[in-house]
Design a protein around this ligand. Structure first.
Ligand SMILES: CC(C)(COP(=O)(O)OP(=O)(O)OC[C@H]1O[C@@H](n2cnc3c(N)ncnc32)[C@H](O)[C@@H]1OP(=O)(O)O)[C@@H](O)C(=O)NCCC(=O)NCCS
Length: 178
């Protein structure tokens, strides 16, 4: 399925109306808040995966990115982070990720996660800010298992379950900006 990723804006509204996912909160966010958060409130930026295969564009999935700060004590379960000085640890928050129910199990979740991670690493490598983590809040045990696939580890036990990926091993050796 050939997909393109686009940063959400008001011209996408018609594309959002048909999106289906078992998590009503992820559908509601997309339809009610995603454009507003990106364009007006500046709380999160949503990226759409659009499928042009059928002639008319279809929304296959989306993810949203924002920033986050993790209390140093909350990172104690991850040994590499437990050795850091006692300051909050900054990161990018993968605030939401969802695939349309009609195309689950076809690799789109992996595609969206890799796009989100790619944007995050690009910002860490070439942006003017430093941060250490990719963080997400998994909604249920299935989501925890999905994110564990990609190396994220739970920081909490309850749901939503905060999970994190230490970006250091992915960034080490890459030239830092001057
Ligand atoms: C979780 C979700 C995004 C997965 O999307 P998907 O397109 O069906 O997933 P993919 O087909 O890309 O699978 C990617 C990998 O994760 C694995 N995976 C997918 N769902 C999984 C689950 N529930 N448990 C364990 N592994 C899972 C797949 O086996 C696959 O592994 P592989 O690449 O090694 O074969 C999708 O089911 C969804 O939208 N769920 C509801 C929303 C949600 O929970 N979002 C995440 C938390 S906010």
């Amino acid at each position: 399925m050939p997909l393109r990723i686009e940063s959400i804006c008001r011209t996408h509204r018609a594309l959002l109306s048909d999106f289906q996912n078992p998590h009503a909160s992820l559908v509601e966010y997309l339809k009610r808040y995603a454009v507003r958060h990106a364009e007006k409130d500046l709380l999160a930026r949503t990226y759409l995966a659009i499928d042009d295969d059928a002639g008319t564009p279809q929304l296959a999935g989306y993810f949203s990115l924002a920033t986050v700060s993790v209390e140093r004590g909350a990172a104690a379960r991850l040994p590499a982070l437990d050795r850091l000085p006692r300051f909050p640890i900054p990161g990018v928050l993968l605030a939401r990720l969802a695939v349309d129910s009609r195309v689950h199990g076809q690799g789109l979740g992996r595609y969206l996660f890799e796009e989100a991670l790619g944007l995050t690493l690009q910002l860490a490598q070439t942006g003017p800010v430093a941060f250490r983590l990719l963080v997400t809040d998994a909604l249920d045990t299935a989501a925890v298992r999905f994110y564990e696939h990609f190396g994220l580890a739970p920081l909490e036990e309850n749901f939503p379950c905060r999970m994190a990926l230490d970006l250091f091993p992915l960034l080490v050796g890459v030239a830092q900006p001057r």
